[in-house]
Design a protein around this ligand. Sequence first.
Ligand SMILES: Cc1cc2nc3c(=O)[nH]c(=O)nc-3n(C[C@H](O)[C@H](O)[C@H](O)COP(=O)(O)OP(=O)(O)OC[C@H]3O[C@@H](n4cnc5c(N)ncnc54)[C@H](O)[C@@H]3O)c2cc1C
Length: 146
Amino acid sequence: MLPGLEIMPSVPHWYRGRMALVGDSAHAPSNSSGQGVSLAVESAGELARCLRDLPDLATGFAAYERRRRPRVEKIASDAAKTNNQKAAGPVARTLFRLMAPIATKTFMRPEKMLGPVHGYRIDWEDTVAACLKTRRQEDRFPGEHS
Ligand SMILES: Cc1cc2nc3c(=O)[nH]c(=O)nc-3n(C[C@H](O)[C@H](O)[C@H](O)COP(=O)(O)OP(=O)(O)OC[C@H]3O[C@@H](n4cnc5c(N)ncnc54)[C@H](O)[C@@H]3O)c2cc1C
């Protein structure tokens, strides 16, 4: 029911002079691919290899882009296809726009939905021995009772 995601378009040039792009600056796939970090690390490794093994920056950068572009663009386009299949039609999009402000103020509040994961705190001042005696609510697993 969510509207289609905005996807970063293909970047025409990955390097110029002494500068080369790596990671999201060159290829940010839709987050639905779950591959952004892996691709960034792979590209960094490939760039390092190309600069290690080729005689100058221009040749190294060109080889880097040639070796990486097909893979990252395939992953980005597969993710875009998945997103399009899941994207809502015009009626659902209108409903979503109308409902979203109400939903985020009531049952879809970010603190409620994301709080248990993103709001985790470690109380540095609290000693571990004291924690073991009285396990705090936030130290328990979801569904676990005292
Ligand atoms: C909501 C969301 C969910 C995601 N989920 C996943 C997932 O589940 N799995 C996955 O693999 N990927 C996921 N990604 C993608 C992943 O986060 C990125 O692909 C990855 O972080 C890219 O790494 P990067 O080093 O290229 O860029 P970044 O991680 O964005 O690092 C760039 C860094 O440069 C810094 N910076 C920017 N401008 C300057 C400047 N002028 N000077 C100095 N520093 C600067 C920024 O502050 C930042 O720290 C997700 C992304 C989003 C937004």
